[in-house]
Design a protein around this ligand. Structure first.
Ligand SMILES: *[C@@H]1O[C@H](CO)[C@@H](O)[C@H](O)[C@H]1NC(C)=O
Ligand SMILES: *[C@@H]1O[C@H](CO)[C@@H](O)[C@H](O)[C@H]1NC(C)=O
Ligand SMILES: *[C@@H]1O[C@H](CO)[C@@H](O)[C@H](O)[C@H]1NC(C)=O
Ligand SMILES: *[C@@H]1O[C@H](CO)[C@@H](O)[C@H](O)[C@H]1NC(C)=O
Ligand SMILES: *[C@@H]1O[C@H](CO)[C@@H](O)[C@H](O)[C@H]1NC(C)=O
Ligand SMILES: *[C@@H]1O[C@H](CO)[C@@H](O)[C@H](O)[C@H]1NC(C)=O
Ligand SMILES: *[C@@H]1O[C@H](CO)[C@@H](O)[C@H](O)[C@H]1NC(C)=O
Ligand SMILES: *[C@@H]1O[C@H](CO)[C@@H](O)[C@H](O)[C@H]1NC(C)=O
Ligand SMILES: *[C@@H]1O[C@H](CO)[C@@H](O)[C@H](O)[C@H]1NC(C)=O
Length: 508
């Protein structure tokens, strides 16, 4: 009897809450009194399953499966003297879970990350927040930076993100008439850098942060990217290796040396830290057909590619890990020059649009570290203000061992590739690329895991990730695997090799 009336009461409260007409609330919404912030356009209301077809220079979405939400577009003046601006958006779902989720940006891109607002934030009930970082542009192109456009560079480095988070919190409070109870962040790569910069400089902005393969030591990762290019470039040189050589010859030798160390020869190098790949075994013997072996020059290039890189005595960055060979050609050691690194040096460091990667020399590392464009490095190890008792923030940091752009050794010293491991666990660029988490519970969805850690104090031990056949959910699940908490590593126990239950996380 008692429980029946409680249930009824809850229904009445629920009905009262549902009276809000979000459609009119949205179209009449004008945030007020937020310094340096104004509406770019009147807010737009999207009914559930309406066509959401939005694109900018960096990100796009075209879906008709989203729940109802209000799209608020903001222009933030980042420096009133200079009149510099950043664009930002806040997507406010009717069915709000009471939380804010900010997402980051890839490379040196300029564009609100609409794809993650639509594929991650809104469907899970978060009010989603994102910035264009102060300029419009693609992931690779640096011409917006001038040279000499200091305000845009600082906006990219940290300012646009911080101001957007402040604005986002205020917009949410004014729209729902109550502040978000918690503030979260989820991103990878340059977006990982942005998240760590926030944790280090503005510890109160977020309660829970998830960063993947962060490009946080930006000056060093870009120096390293040029060095990695130079290990094989130009493609006419004797140390260049063709895509087929990477995919077939080198990949199979790596698997031969490294795959079974975790107890299962399944084509996935689960713990590459334990495998010191020896490329010498591929060296041509006299008379051998060169399409089945490598020359001295190529072997020597590989030794560099898999080694930590030093400039003199100074540590620059970790080398590639064995296991990602099928992708590495499309990363830093293929025919194509890595445009993010080159643009960065051309427009923000050397200030010479004709600068070429072959102009790179030993003095460039000291120069870039001294300039630290836009104060973009997020390498301070002191995150006490964020994780300490006063703020009690939580941080989950993941890496892909087969990352072809940012060596995972960086994360161990202090992304996101499709790849062939289990790579769907609710992080950014997964749901938007047909790799959604198996479910939204904290074991399968890293965003739910950080929420539970922040709000219930239960820290995740591991995740169960899925690999969909050909990286597409439409083809069904190929296998599931645990993602282990560093420094433990994945080992095969026994049983069905496509099930996460057959594996364990062990300390070596
Ligand atoms: C979005 O999808 C619809 C339906 O598939 C299509 O007609 C439209 O051209 C797409 N928009 C863009 C910008 O590609
Ligand atoms: C704002 O821009 C002006 C003009 O470019 C510049 O002199 C000033 O240092 C900038 N202020 C900040 C805080 O970046
Ligand atoms: C970015 O593009 C928008 C139009 O979509 C424009 O209003 C804004 O001024 C641009 N920002 C910069 C920094 O050029
Ligand atoms: C290149 O331009 C940027 C932005 O104005 C500046 O910070 C940097 O010091 C310049 N580099 C050199 C070598 O002068
Ligand atoms: C996984 O198990 C299947 C079925 O038992 C077997 O055919 C396959 O060879 C196994 N794969 C590996 C890598 O052991
Ligand atoms: C070398 O191997 C390739 C690929 O297997 C083959 O097409 C080619 O004919 C061989 N060359 C010689 C000289 O045997
Ligand atoms: C090294 O590169 C810098 C920047 O491009 C250039 O100014 C300098 O002259 C170069 N040094 C040498 C020794 O080539
Ligand atoms: C680390 O940061 C905390 C909080 O900001 C500060 O009190 C402390 O002095 C810093 N520690 C070091 C070693 O710099
Ligand atoms: C994952 O963590 C849970 C909870 O601590 C534990 O029961 C389970 O054994 C762990 N799984 C692996 C593969 O280590």
């Amino acid at each position: 009897m008692r429980s029946t009336s409680l249930t009824l009461l809850a229904l009445v409260v629920g009905a009262a809450a549902a009276v809000v007409d979000y459609s009119s609330a949205c179209s009449g919404f004008t945030p007020t009194g937020i310094p340096n912030v104004e509406l770019t356009n009147p807010p737009t209301y999207f009914h559930s399953n309406a066509v959401v077809d939005i694109s900018n220079a960096y990100s796009s979405i075209n879906e008709s499966t989203l729940p109802a939400f209000c799209r608020v577009e903001l222009t933030i003046t980042t420096n009133t003297t200079a009149g510099s601006t950043a664009l930002a958006e806040v997507w406010l779902p009717d069915n709000w879970n009471g939380r804010m989720l900010t997402v980051g940006n890839g490379g040196i891109s300029g564009g609100v990350t609409v794809t993650e607002l639509g594929h991650v934030a809104v469907p899970q009930g978060f009010a989603g927040v994102s910035t264009n970082t102060g300029h419009n542009g693609t992931t690779n192109e640096g011409a917006w930076a001038g040279p000499g456009n200091d305000n845009a560079i600082v906006d990219w480095g940290w300012r646009a993100m911080h101001m957007t988070v402040i604005a986002g919190k205020e917009v949410i409070k004014q729209y729902y008439l109550t502040p978000a109870k918690k503030s979260y962040y989820l991103s990878c790569s340059n977006g990982g850098r942005q998240g760590l910069k926030e944790v280090q400089e503005f510890p109160d902005d977020f309660d829970g942060v998830v960063v993947g393969s962060p490009a946080n030591w930006w000056t060093h990762v870009q120096s390293w990217s040029i060095h990695m290019n130079l290990n094989v470039q130009p493609s006419t040189s004797p140390h260049f290796m063709m895509e087929d050589t990477w995919k077939n010859l080198i990949a199979s030798e790596v698997l031969k040396q490294c795959d079974a160390l975790d107890g299962l020869a399944d084509g996935i190098v689960s713990d590459p830290r334990n495998c010191k790949f020896q490329p010498e075994t591929l060296l041509c013997s006299s008379g051998q057909n060169v399409s089945t072996c490598l020359t001295e020059d190529q072997v020597s290039a590989l030794r560099n590619i898999y080694s930590d890189y030093y400039e003199g005595n100074e540590y620059v960055f970790a080398g590639y890990y064995p296991g990602g060979e099928a992708d590495y050609y499309h990363g830093l050691v293929g025919k194509t020059q890595f445009k993010i690194g080159r643009s960065f040096f051309q427009y923000m460091v050397i200030n010479d649009t004709d600068w070429k990667i072959h102009d790179y020399n030993a003095s460039v590392l000291a120069l870039v570290d001294e300039i630290n464009p836009g104060q973009g490095n997020a390498a301070s190890p002191n995150i006490t203000a964020f994780v300490g008792p006063q703020h009690n923030g939580k941080l989950i940091h993941y890496v892909g061992y087969a990352d072809q752009l940012i060596s995972p050794g960086n994360s161990i010293h202090y992304f996101e590739s499709g790849g062939y491991g289990a790579n769907a666990f609710g992080a950014v660029e997964q749901a938007s690329n047909s790799n959604p988490p198996l479910s939204n519970d904290p074991e399968h969805n890293i965003l739910s895991a950080i929420v539970r850690w922040v709000e219930e104090g239960i820290a995740p031990e591991n995740f169960t990730a899925a690999y969909y056949i050909d990286n597409d959910v439409a083809n069904g699940v190929g296998f599931t695997r645990p993602l282990c908490k560093y420094p433990s590593a994945l080992k095969y126990k026994s049983g069905d090799n496509s099930s996460a239950d057959s594996f364990e996380c062990v300390l070596d």
